[in-house]
Design a binder for this molecule. Sequence first.
Ligand code: 4AD
Ligand code: MG
Length: 430
Amino acid sequence: MKTTISNVKKHENETVTIGAWLENKRSSGKIAFLQLRDGTGFMQAVVAKNDVDEEIFQLAKNLHQESSIYITGKIVEDKRSPLGFEMQVTGLELIHEAIDYPITPKEHGTEFLMDHRHLWLRSRRQHAVMKIRNEIIRSTYQFFNQQGFVKIDPPILTASSAEGTTELFHTQYFDEEAYLSQSGQLYMEAAAMAFGKVFSFGPTFRAEKSKTRRHLIEFWMIEPEMAFVDHEESLQIQENYVSYIAKSVLENCQLELATLERDTSKLEQIQAPFPRISYDDAITLLKEKGFTDIDWGDDFGAPHETAIAEHFDKPVFITNYPAEIKAFYMKPVPGREEVVLCADLIAPEGYGEIIGGSQRIDDLELMKERYEEHGLTGDAYKWYLDLQKYGNVPHSGFGLGLERTVAWLSGVDHVRETIPFPRLLNRLYP
Ligand code: 4AD
Ligand code: MG
């Protein structure tokens, strides 16, 4: 019977066949230990010279790394392996022999691995990170569907910019100029007025000349948008959402977290409610901590965010930033027009800003003022003003950066390992 490594636990003491690749092997005179992977998991198969035909034993002993095989044998308990089972081989069929696989069990440099990303994805570590990414996506859909949100897909090709004009990717759209979406938010606001509570999940693009462990040129964002929801209510949805995905990863990715040697006690702490600190108080806190390079009105850099995060043992919301350093669509705090109803969620352990969110402006005159200030004059923005004209309501939304979230929950240092084929400042290959 054909099965997969993820399902062998259902076949203890049965003989099964698995289609697999050889990850690694070790052999002595009378026994060969094959490390197999089949996409669903990793498992050891043991070939004993005395139990199989000589031909099969020789095939096993001489198998090259990443050759593909059909392997048959009895599934037996193996308490030492993370999987809990191994295979006692009785049959082996070569599908394709791989010669000189470039990524050997020795250490390789990052650039070499990045050049071979199409193969590097097969490794245990990358497999674990991508499975955690998949679990975050799965539980995101589950969370928002349970809460009555409708999944809406904003366009990727746009005529307008959502997050400032400096980081836009330009492209030709027949005889007009178009951009790749930086954020679906403006369209999601239109969708919220049609469906109440909506969320999107899709790729976004920023032509940012940043070369840090948190920046990708192409990254995926989850963007919920909610009509009749104010800023405080939105913060509660954000903390419940982040707690939910952290719990799902803890429950459903135990093998992967073990492969990555993730300190799971850190993940257990991710439970709502999260602490909040105002931008004003964050500036005071930073000054107390000895930062002399920051004043009211400045945006935070990575060291500032890390210092604020270290002050708390959970993700922390920094609220009410100066309007000057935030996007044009954020609603001012009533009675304090210089700051806006917004929050960035900062993850612990130096992973930085995971979420940016805000309550949106719901006032036609103020939105027209902001348009003037930001030079949003073209026809491309006309439709967005219609939302202010026809039945505007208080509404809020946020964007969670998937790759930064994957990096944080997986405990990997750099976002380049959290997306299958990363687009970085100096990398469009493979
Ligand atoms: O803070 P940002 O720019 O917010 C928006 O785009 C809003 N329109 C979202 C909304 O309210 N609907 O981006 C949101 C999140 C950040 O907190 C960060 O996690 C991630 O997107 N992000 C990046 N991730 C990787 N590489 C980059 N260059 C990123 N830029 C932002
Ligand atoms: Mg932001």
